[in-house]
Design a binder for this molecule. Structure first.
Ligand code: AMP
Length: 421
Protein backbone atom coordinates (compact mmCIF):
# COMPACT_ATOMS: atom_id res chain seq x y z
CA UNK A 1 0.00 0.00 0.00
CA UNK A 2 1.30 3.42 -0.92
CA UNK A 3 0.48 6.25 1.45
CA UNK A 4 -0.81 9.57 0.15
CA UNK A 5 -0.56 12.99 1.69
CA UNK A 6 -3.86 14.12 3.31
CA UNK A 7 -6.13 16.12 1.00
CA UNK A 8 -5.58 19.86 1.30
CA UNK A 9 -1.99 19.56 2.55
CA UNK A 10 1.31 19.71 0.70
CA UNK A 11 4.98 18.93 1.08
CA UNK A 12 7.65 21.58 0.78
CA UNK A 13 10.26 19.76 -1.27
CA UNK A 14 13.99 20.51 -1.05
CA UNK A 15 13.99 22.49 -4.31
CA UNK A 16 11.43 24.89 -2.80
CA UNK A 17 12.45 25.01 0.84
CA UNK A 18 15.13 27.69 0.41
CA UNK A 19 12.64 30.09 -1.15
CA UNK A 20 10.21 29.26 1.63
CA UNK A 21 12.73 30.00 4.38
CA UNK A 22 13.91 33.14 2.62
CA UNK A 23 10.35 34.53 2.57
CA UNK A 24 9.99 33.68 6.27
CA UNK A 25 13.25 35.39 7.10
CA UNK A 26 12.28 38.52 5.14
CA UNK A 27 9.07 38.57 7.19
CA UNK A 28 11.00 38.17 10.46
CA UNK A 29 13.43 40.95 9.54
CA UNK A 30 10.58 43.25 8.57
CA UNK A 31 8.63 42.58 11.76
CA UNK A 32 11.77 43.13 13.84
CA UNK A 33 12.53 46.37 12.03
CA UNK A 34 9.16 47.64 13.26
CA UNK A 35 10.01 46.54 16.83
CA UNK A 36 7.86 43.38 16.85
CA UNK A 37 9.01 40.27 18.71
CA UNK A 38 8.08 36.66 18.10
CA UNK A 39 5.56 34.76 20.18
CA UNK A 40 5.16 31.01 19.70
CA UNK A 41 2.00 29.24 20.86
CA UNK A 42 0.90 25.58 20.56
CA UNK A 43 -0.85 24.31 17.44
CA UNK A 44 -3.81 23.19 19.52
CA UNK A 45 -5.87 25.03 22.12
CA UNK A 46 -9.13 24.53 23.99
CA UNK A 47 -11.81 24.56 21.27
CA UNK A 48 -13.82 26.99 23.35
CA UNK A 49 -11.16 29.69 22.85
CA UNK A 50 -11.97 29.84 19.13
CA UNK A 51 -15.69 29.37 19.63
CA UNK A 52 -15.76 32.35 21.93
CA UNK A 53 -13.41 34.59 19.95
CA UNK A 54 -14.34 33.86 16.34
CA UNK A 55 -18.04 33.56 17.15
CA UNK A 56 -20.20 30.44 17.13
CA UNK A 57 -21.79 31.50 13.85
CA UNK A 58 -18.52 32.06 11.99
CA UNK A 59 -17.69 29.65 9.15
CA UNK A 60 -14.45 28.82 10.90
CA UNK A 61 -16.21 27.48 13.97
CA UNK A 62 -19.29 26.03 12.27
CA UNK A 63 -17.64 24.20 9.41
CA UNK A 64 -13.89 24.44 9.37
CA UNK A 65 -12.45 23.66 12.76
CA UNK A 66 -10.54 20.44 13.39
CA UNK A 67 -12.09 19.66 16.76
CA UNK A 68 -11.08 16.61 18.74
CA UNK A 69 -11.43 14.99 22.10
CA UNK A 70 -8.31 13.92 23.94
CA UNK A 71 -8.04 10.74 25.99
CA UNK A 72 -9.54 12.46 29.01
CA UNK A 73 -12.55 13.79 27.13
CA UNK A 74 -11.30 17.41 26.87
CA UNK A 75 -12.26 19.22 23.67
CA UNK A 76 -9.41 20.80 21.76
CA UNK A 77 -9.06 22.28 18.31
CA UNK A 78 -6.15 22.60 15.92
CA UNK A 79 -5.78 26.36 15.69
CA UNK A 80 -7.65 27.77 12.68
CA UNK A 81 -6.07 31.20 13.14
CA UNK A 82 -3.36 32.86 15.19
CA UNK A 83 -4.89 35.87 16.91
CA UNK A 84 -6.94 34.10 19.59
CA UNK A 85 -3.96 31.98 20.76
CA UNK A 86 -1.72 35.07 20.94
CA UNK A 87 -4.36 36.91 22.94
CA UNK A 88 -4.89 33.87 25.20
CA UNK A 89 -1.15 33.80 25.89
CA UNK A 90 -1.02 37.57 26.38
CA UNK A 91 -3.77 37.40 29.01
CA UNK A 92 -2.48 34.24 30.70
CA UNK A 93 1.07 35.55 30.96
CA UNK A 94 0.07 39.11 31.94
CA UNK A 95 2.12 40.57 29.14
CA UNK A 96 0.38 43.89 29.75
CA UNK A 97 2.54 44.18 32.88
CA UNK A 98 5.72 43.97 30.79
CA UNK A 99 5.06 46.92 28.48
CA UNK A 100 2.33 49.45 27.72
CA UNK A 101 2.35 48.43 24.07
CA UNK A 102 3.11 44.84 23.10
CA UNK A 103 4.27 44.35 19.54
CA UNK A 104 4.10 40.66 18.69
CA UNK A 105 4.47 38.49 15.63
CA UNK A 106 3.93 34.80 14.96
CA UNK A 107 4.57 32.29 12.22
CA UNK A 108 3.13 28.81 12.02
CA UNK A 109 0.70 26.30 10.56
CA UNK A 110 -3.05 26.83 10.84
CA UNK A 111 -5.74 24.25 10.10
CA UNK A 112 -9.13 24.69 8.47
CA UNK A 113 -11.37 21.99 7.07
CA UNK A 114 -12.12 23.97 3.95
CA UNK A 115 -12.68 22.90 0.34
CA UNK A 116 -9.14 22.71 -1.07
CA UNK A 117 -8.32 24.63 -4.25
CA UNK A 118 -5.49 26.78 -5.62
CA UNK A 119 -4.31 28.94 -2.72
CA UNK A 120 -6.59 27.25 -0.21
CA UNK A 121 -5.36 24.38 1.93
CA UNK A 122 -6.40 22.51 5.04
CA UNK A 123 -3.01 23.06 6.62
CA UNK A 124 -1.51 26.40 5.65
CA UNK A 125 1.17 28.66 7.06
CA UNK A 126 0.34 32.06 8.37
CA UNK A 127 2.41 34.95 9.54
CA UNK A 128 0.77 37.55 11.67
CA UNK A 129 1.45 40.63 13.73
CA UNK A 130 -0.53 41.95 16.66
CA UNK A 131 -0.12 45.27 18.41
CA UNK A 132 -1.85 45.18 21.78
CA UNK A 133 -2.39 48.13 24.11
CA UNK A 134 -3.35 51.21 22.12
CA UNK A 135 -6.38 52.56 20.32
CA UNK A 136 -4.26 55.13 18.48
CA UNK A 137 -5.02 55.14 14.73
CA UNK A 138 -1.28 55.31 14.05
CA UNK A 139 -1.03 51.64 15.03
CA UNK A 140 -3.68 50.61 12.47
CA UNK A 141 -1.49 52.32 9.88
CA UNK A 142 1.69 50.79 11.34
CA UNK A 143 0.32 47.25 10.94
CA UNK A 144 -0.57 48.06 7.33
CA UNK A 145 2.86 49.64 6.77
CA UNK A 146 4.60 46.55 8.16
CA UNK A 147 2.78 44.33 5.67
CA UNK A 148 3.44 46.83 2.89
CA UNK A 149 7.17 46.91 3.68
CA UNK A 150 7.28 43.11 3.75
CA UNK A 151 5.77 42.97 0.25
CA UNK A 152 8.17 45.66 -0.96
CA UNK A 153 11.17 43.81 0.46
CA UNK A 154 10.06 40.69 -1.40
CA UNK A 155 9.82 42.78 -4.56
CA UNK A 156 6.09 42.10 -5.12
CA UNK A 157 4.33 44.79 -7.13
CA UNK A 158 0.91 43.38 -8.06
CA UNK A 159 -0.70 43.53 -4.62
CA UNK A 160 -3.20 46.22 -3.71
CA UNK A 161 -4.58 47.42 -0.39
CA UNK A 162 -8.25 47.91 0.41
CA UNK A 163 -9.46 49.38 3.67
CA UNK A 164 -12.76 49.93 5.41
CA UNK A 165 -14.15 50.70 8.82
CA UNK A 166 -16.56 48.27 10.43
CA UNK A 167 -17.32 50.74 13.23
CA UNK A 168 -17.81 49.91 16.88
CA UNK A 169 -20.54 48.10 18.83
CA UNK A 170 -22.65 51.28 19.02
CA UNK A 171 -22.72 52.11 15.31
CA UNK A 172 -23.08 48.44 14.42
CA UNK A 173 -26.54 48.32 16.07
CA UNK A 174 -28.07 50.94 13.74
CA UNK A 175 -26.29 49.42 10.79
CA UNK A 176 -27.57 45.93 11.49
CA UNK A 177 -31.13 47.25 11.68
CA UNK A 178 -30.61 48.83 8.27
CA UNK A 179 -29.26 45.54 6.93
CA UNK A 180 -32.30 43.64 8.24
CA UNK A 181 -34.63 46.19 6.61
CA UNK A 182 -32.74 45.73 3.34
CA UNK A 183 -32.58 41.94 3.28
CA UNK A 184 -35.98 41.08 4.80
CA UNK A 185 -38.01 41.71 1.58
CA UNK A 186 -35.50 39.58 -0.41
CA UNK A 187 -35.38 36.75 2.13
CA UNK A 188 -36.73 34.13 -0.26
CA UNK A 189 -33.73 34.57 -2.56
CA UNK A 190 -31.02 34.10 0.10
CA UNK A 191 -29.05 30.89 0.60
CA UNK A 192 -29.80 28.86 3.79
CA UNK A 193 -26.62 30.13 5.48
CA UNK A 194 -27.59 33.73 4.80
CA UNK A 195 -31.07 33.15 6.21
CA UNK A 196 -29.39 32.09 9.44
CA UNK A 197 -27.06 35.11 9.27
CA UNK A 198 -30.08 37.38 8.93
CA UNK A 199 -31.28 36.13 12.31
CA UNK A 200 -27.92 35.96 14.10
CA UNK A 201 -25.30 38.21 12.57
CA UNK A 202 -26.67 40.38 9.76
CA UNK A 203 -23.16 41.81 9.13
CA UNK A 204 -22.04 38.38 7.95
CA UNK A 205 -24.54 38.53 5.07
CA UNK A 206 -22.02 40.72 3.28
CA UNK A 207 -19.38 38.01 3.53
CA UNK A 208 -21.35 35.31 1.66
CA UNK A 209 -19.56 33.82 -1.34
CA UNK A 210 -22.71 32.44 -3.09
CA UNK A 211 -22.97 34.39 -6.39
CA UNK A 212 -26.67 35.30 -6.07
CA UNK A 213 -26.24 36.48 -2.46
CA UNK A 214 -23.24 38.53 -3.61
CA UNK A 215 -25.38 40.25 -6.25
CA UNK A 216 -27.94 41.16 -3.59
CA UNK A 217 -25.23 42.34 -1.15
CA UNK A 218 -23.69 44.64 -3.73
CA UNK A 219 -26.65 46.98 -3.20
CA UNK A 220 -26.83 46.61 0.60
CA UNK A 221 -26.27 49.62 2.85
CA UNK A 222 -22.63 50.09 3.86
CA UNK A 223 -21.21 50.55 7.35
CA UNK A 224 -19.32 53.68 6.34
CA UNK A 225 -22.64 55.55 6.16
CA UNK A 226 -23.42 54.57 9.74
CA UNK A 227 -20.15 55.43 11.48
CA UNK A 228 -20.48 57.64 14.53
CA UNK A 229 -18.25 60.70 14.91
CA UNK A 230 -15.48 58.87 16.82
CA UNK A 231 -15.32 55.97 14.39
CA UNK A 232 -15.30 58.34 11.42
CA UNK A 233 -12.50 60.39 12.93
CA UNK A 234 -10.47 57.24 13.72
CA UNK A 235 -10.83 56.08 10.12
CA UNK A 236 -9.82 59.49 8.75
CA UNK A 237 -6.73 59.56 10.95
CA UNK A 238 -5.70 56.07 9.82
CA UNK A 239 -5.91 57.34 6.26
CA UNK A 240 -3.85 60.42 6.99
CA UNK A 241 -1.08 58.24 8.47
CA UNK A 242 -1.21 56.00 5.39
CA UNK A 243 -0.79 59.07 3.20
CA UNK A 244 2.15 60.27 5.29
CA UNK A 245 3.72 56.84 4.82
CA UNK A 246 3.07 56.99 1.09
CA UNK A 247 0.93 53.85 1.08
CA UNK A 248 -1.68 53.65 -1.69
CA UNK A 249 -5.08 52.21 -0.86
CA UNK A 250 -8.67 52.19 -1.96
CA UNK A 251 -11.69 52.23 0.30
CA UNK A 252 -13.83 49.13 -0.15
CA UNK A 253 -16.99 49.48 1.95
CA UNK A 254 -17.73 45.79 1.50
CA UNK A 255 -14.79 44.45 3.51
CA UNK A 256 -16.32 42.94 6.63
CA UNK A 257 -13.79 40.25 7.65
CA UNK A 258 -15.08 36.82 8.60
CA UNK A 259 -14.61 37.00 12.36
CA UNK A 260 -16.74 38.59 15.03
CA UNK A 261 -14.05 40.41 16.90
CA UNK A 262 -13.19 43.15 14.43
CA UNK A 263 -14.00 46.80 15.21
CA UNK A 264 -13.04 50.01 13.40
CA UNK A 265 -10.43 49.54 10.70
CA UNK A 266 -10.51 46.42 8.51
CA UNK A 267 -8.12 45.84 5.62
CA UNK A 268 -7.08 43.36 3.00
CA UNK A 269 -4.08 43.05 0.71
CA UNK A 270 -5.23 41.53 -2.57
CA UNK A 271 -3.55 39.96 -5.54
CA UNK A 272 -6.33 39.84 -8.10
CA UNK A 273 -4.40 37.65 -10.48
CA UNK A 274 -4.60 34.80 -7.94
CA UNK A 275 -8.23 34.08 -8.84
CA UNK A 276 -10.85 33.26 -6.22
CA UNK A 277 -8.38 33.11 -3.32
CA UNK A 278 -7.05 36.60 -3.90
CA UNK A 279 -6.59 37.77 -0.28
CA UNK A 280 -2.89 37.61 0.52
CA UNK A 281 -3.42 39.00 3.99
CA UNK A 282 -6.07 40.67 6.03
CA UNK A 283 -6.66 42.14 9.41
CA UNK A 284 -8.00 44.96 11.42
CA UNK A 285 -8.63 46.39 14.83
CA UNK A 286 -10.11 44.10 17.46
CA UNK A 287 -10.70 46.22 20.51
CA UNK A 288 -13.22 43.87 22.12
CA UNK A 289 -11.39 40.57 21.84
CA UNK A 290 -9.27 40.56 24.99
CA UNK A 291 -12.26 41.21 27.19
CA UNK A 292 -14.36 38.74 25.24
CA UNK A 293 -12.03 35.90 26.15
CA UNK A 294 -11.86 36.88 29.79
CA UNK A 295 -8.88 39.23 29.76
CA UNK A 296 -8.27 42.90 30.42
CA UNK A 297 -10.06 45.48 28.31
CA UNK A 298 -7.23 46.46 25.98
CA UNK A 299 -7.46 47.65 22.38
CA UNK A 300 -5.50 45.86 19.69
CA UNK A 301 -4.90 45.71 15.96
CA UNK A 302 -3.35 43.00 13.79
CA UNK A 303 -2.97 41.32 10.45
CA UNK A 304 -2.49 37.74 9.23
CA UNK A 305 -1.26 36.56 5.88
CA UNK A 306 -0.72 33.25 4.17
CA UNK A 307 2.70 32.19 2.92
CA UNK A 308 1.19 30.00 0.19
CA UNK A 309 -0.50 32.92 -1.54
CA UNK A 310 2.71 34.91 -1.22
CA UNK A 311 4.68 32.07 -2.82
CA UNK A 312 2.11 31.92 -5.65
CA UNK A 313 2.42 35.69 -6.10
CA UNK A 314 6.21 35.45 -6.22
CA UNK A 315 5.97 32.71 -8.84
CA UNK A 316 3.59 34.82 -10.93
CA UNK A 317 5.90 37.82 -10.79
CA UNK A 318 8.88 35.50 -11.43
CA UNK A 319 10.68 36.59 -8.29
CA UNK A 320 13.13 34.15 -6.73
CA UNK A 321 13.88 35.50 -3.26
CA UNK A 322 16.61 33.00 -2.36
CA UNK A 323 19.87 32.29 -4.16
CA UNK A 324 20.28 28.73 -5.32
CA UNK A 325 22.18 26.53 -2.90
CA UNK A 326 25.81 25.93 -3.87
CA UNK A 327 28.02 23.74 -1.67
CA UNK A 328 31.48 25.27 -1.26
CA UNK A 329 33.31 21.99 -1.64
CA UNK A 330 32.71 18.58 -3.13
CA UNK A 331 35.32 16.42 -1.48
CA UNK A 332 36.74 13.51 -3.46
CA UNK A 333 38.81 11.00 -1.51
CA UNK A 334 40.39 8.17 -3.49
CA UNK A 335 41.54 5.32 -1.24
CA UNK A 336 41.97 4.57 2.47
CA UNK A 337 44.94 6.91 3.04
CA UNK A 338 43.05 9.75 1.40
CA UNK A 339 40.12 9.14 3.74
CA UNK A 340 42.47 9.33 6.73
CA UNK A 341 43.78 12.68 5.46
CA UNK A 342 40.49 14.05 4.10
CA UNK A 343 37.89 13.42 6.82
CA UNK A 344 39.63 15.62 9.45
CA UNK A 345 40.00 18.31 6.74
CA UNK A 346 36.28 18.04 6.01
CA UNK A 347 35.51 18.55 9.71
CA UNK A 348 37.63 21.70 9.83
CA UNK A 349 35.99 23.10 6.71
CA UNK A 350 32.50 22.48 8.12
CA UNK A 351 33.45 24.01 11.47
CA UNK A 352 34.26 27.27 9.72
CA UNK A 353 30.78 27.29 8.20
CA UNK A 354 31.69 26.04 4.73
CA UNK A 355 29.28 23.60 3.08
CA UNK A 356 30.99 20.35 2.17
CA UNK A 357 29.53 17.35 0.37
CA UNK A 358 31.24 13.97 0.56
CA UNK A 359 29.97 10.71 -0.87
CA UNK A 360 31.97 7.59 0.11
CA UNK A 361 29.90 5.42 -2.27
CA UNK A 362 31.08 7.00 -5.48
CA UNK A 363 34.02 5.13 -6.96
CA UNK A 364 35.68 6.66 -10.02
CA UNK A 365 37.15 10.17 -10.09
CA UNK A 366 35.16 10.89 -13.25
CA UNK A 367 31.86 9.90 -11.61
CA UNK A 368 32.65 12.04 -8.56
CA UNK A 369 33.56 15.12 -10.62
CA UNK A 370 30.28 14.68 -12.47
CA UNK A 371 28.42 14.55 -9.16
CA UNK A 372 30.30 17.70 -8.02
CA UNK A 373 29.09 19.53 -11.15
CA UNK A 374 25.60 18.11 -10.66
CA UNK A 375 25.23 19.60 -7.19
CA UNK A 376 26.69 22.94 -8.40
CA UNK A 377 29.59 22.89 -5.94
CA UNK A 378 32.05 25.80 -6.25
CA UNK A 379 35.17 23.68 -5.83
CA UNK A 380 36.15 20.02 -6.00
CA UNK A 381 38.90 19.14 -3.52
CA UNK A 382 40.65 15.97 -4.58
CA UNK A 383 42.91 13.76 -2.52
CA UNK A 384 44.34 10.69 -4.27
CA UNK A 385 47.58 8.72 -4.04
CA UNK A 386 49.73 11.65 -5.35
CA UNK A 387 48.28 14.10 -2.85
CA UNK A 388 48.78 11.63 0.02
CA UNK A 389 52.45 11.36 -0.94
CA UNK A 390 53.03 15.11 -1.45
CA UNK A 391 50.79 16.26 1.47
CA UNK A 392 49.16 18.78 -0.91
CA UNK A 393 45.61 18.98 -2.22
CA UNK A 394 44.26 19.29 -5.74
CA UNK A 395 41.61 22.00 -5.95
CA UNK A 396 39.47 22.43 -9.04
CA UNK A 397 37.40 25.55 -9.52
CA UNK A 398 34.26 24.06 -11.05
CA UNK A 399 33.22 27.33 -12.72
CA UNK A 400 36.53 28.13 -14.45
CA UNK A 401 37.64 24.45 -14.60
CA UNK A 402 41.08 25.62 -13.46
CA UNK A 403 42.94 23.16 -11.21
CA UNK A 404 45.81 23.88 -8.84
CA UNK A 405 47.78 22.10 -6.17
CA UNK A 406 47.88 23.76 -2.74
CA UNK A 407 48.47 23.27 0.97
CA UNK A 408 45.71 22.97 3.60
CA UNK A 409 46.11 26.58 4.70
CA UNK A 410 46.06 27.85 1.14
CA UNK A 411 42.83 25.95 0.61
CA UNK A 412 41.10 27.93 3.35
CA UNK A 413 42.26 31.15 1.75
CA UNK A 414 41.06 30.05 -1.69
CA UNK A 415 37.65 29.18 -0.29
CA UNK A 416 37.41 32.58 1.35
CA UNK A 417 36.86 30.95 4.72
CA UNK A 418 35.98 33.57 7.34
CA UNK A 419 38.60 32.15 9.72
CA UNK A 420 41.36 29.61 9.55
CA UNK A 421 40.60 26.93 12.17
P1 AMP B 1 -8.08 35.03 7.51
O1 AMP B 1 -7.71 34.68 8.91
O2 AMP B 1 -9.15 34.12 6.94
O3 AMP B 1 -8.31 36.47 7.26
O4 AMP B 1 -6.79 34.65 6.67
C1 AMP B 1 -5.67 35.47 6.60
C2 AMP B 1 -4.81 35.00 5.46
O5 AMP B 1 -4.46 33.64 5.65
C3 AMP B 1 -5.52 35.02 4.12
O6 AMP B 1 -5.41 36.27 3.55
C4 AMP B 1 -4.76 33.96 3.36
O7 AMP B 1 -3.56 34.46 2.84
C5 AMP B 1 -4.42 32.96 4.43
N1 AMP B 1 -5.39 31.84 4.44
C6 AMP B 1 -6.56 31.76 5.09
N2 AMP B 1 -7.14 30.57 4.89
C7 AMP B 1 -6.31 29.87 4.09
C8 AMP B 1 -6.33 28.56 3.54
N3 AMP B 1 -7.33 27.71 3.78
N4 AMP B 1 -5.29 28.18 2.76
C9 AMP B 1 -4.25 29.02 2.51
N5 AMP B 1 -4.18 30.26 3.02
C10 AMP B 1 -5.19 30.69 3.80
Amino acid sequence: MQYKIPRGTYDILPQDSRQWHKVISVFRETAQSFGYEEIVTPVFEQADLFERSSGESSDIVRKEMYRFEDRKGRIFALRPEGTAPVVRSFVENHLDATARINRLYYIGPMFRYDRPQAGRYRQFYQYGVECIGSHHPYYDAEIIALQNTFLQRLGLKGITLEINSVGCATCTKDYEQALIRFYEPQKAELCPDCLERLNNKPRRLLDCKVPHCKTISAKAPVMLDFLDADCRSHFEQVQSYLKLMNISYTINPHIVRGLDYYTHTAFEFLNNSLGAQNAVSGGGRYNGLLKQIGGMDLPAVGIAGGFERLMLSLKQEQIMPADEFRPDVYLILMGKEAIRMGIPLMNRLRQTGLAVIFDPDKASLKAQLKAADGCKARFAVIIGADEVTSGKLSVKNLDSKEQISCSFDELFRILGSPSLP
